[in-house]
Design a protein around this ligand. Sequence first.
Ligand code: FMN
Length: 402
Amino acid sequence: MKTLFDLRERKNPAAYEAIKDFYSEGVRVFDFEDQAITPCIGCWSCWLRTPGSCIMKDRMSESYWDYVNSDTVILLLDTKQGFINHRGKAFIDRSIPHYHPYIKLVDGEAQHLSRYDKLPEMIFFFDREGVTEGEALRIEDYLYRTAYQFQTAGYLIDDLDNPSLRPLLPRPAKRGTVPVDTASPMNKLIIYNGSPRQQNSNTGLILETLRELLHDRVEIRDLKTRKHWKNWQQKFSEDPHVLFMLPLYVHSMPSHVMDFIEGLAPSKGSLTFFIQSGFPESSQSYYLEAYFEQLTKRLKRVYLGTIIKGGVEGLQARPIQSQQIMIEPMVKIIIELINTGELNKDQLKELGKPVRLGTIGKAFLKTGLINFFWDRQLKANNAYGLKNQRPHQKTRIIIEKE
Ligand SMILES: Cc1cc2nc3c(=O)[nH]c(=O)nc-3n(C[C@H](O)[C@H](O)[C@H](O)COP(=O)(O)O)c2cc1C
């Protein structure tokens, strides 16, 4: 079964026909009926309470059956600000129920085990209008990486009128294309908290410590509530120094952060990014770092760099003292940024370790401690017995319309 998910604003039925003609068998088109895709809020219900099912009930959760039971999915994506837009990103983030919390190690990097025996290969088309060559390459790299992380093959359709498949090739993230600059010491730093979590946000915990130390030298704006978005987007041009701190979501930003970024206009001032992730290795965040460089260039701001820190997911579960030890270097690098106008290279390097997991990481994985961490939570939620369920792999009779 092949299913096409058209996530574009402007629908293009002629393209559906061309894609149907390209395949000898039928292609089903899943209609989102112009409904928004609710962003993932990182609640982990799909792993720890109702394994395999998202608690959000919308057209996206209704699409899971079509996704899981297809051998091929075709995603038509819009772009904004030189990246796939928030709708496409929300679709990717909300695919996380199809994976287990459990992990395996591939080439020194962690990957979540697939919940299903085989997940569909992914064919992408993205709109290149208004996208620079550099940005298009970053998007291709990101889509390759998504398919890789989802443990399937990825292909690209370049021309919807005349479809053919181009394999997405493994390419290391192209970082370092925009030079890291410096600014003058900052009177004030505006920090956007990009975690969508309603409670127990790691980003929130780290930023709270920073606020306690720096008081009004930082202004922390939480992107979870959209109430002030318009105002903040307009004020962006007057904010001389801005930092985005966010959790990594499927190798990129959470979709609501992309939604906010879409509303920013070029302006003067500096931009810094702080990506924190669940997996310990910083290489997981490199594809997003590569995009953030392009974004800063597009917004014509001075790029002060991207801080990357892995292994943060367990932060909340640690005893207070251990939390403080973990938070301290993350807060320190931001304080130094404010005081000097630049990121300290040694601190940056130290936070970024390990880039990939080596022998110690492999040995740690073998201890099964990470799985123990997830199993304990599954048991606490009375969901342990359901951990291997495949809720969307069900028999359903499909009546194909001619
Ligand atoms: C939908 C989703 C996707 C994620 N993708 C990744 C990922 O690709 N790599 C990674 O290391 N961590 C990933 N994480 C883990 C988060 O980055 C990590 O839990 C982070 O510490 C959460 O921060 P917060 O509590 O501030 O939201 C993902 C989490 C969610 C919910």
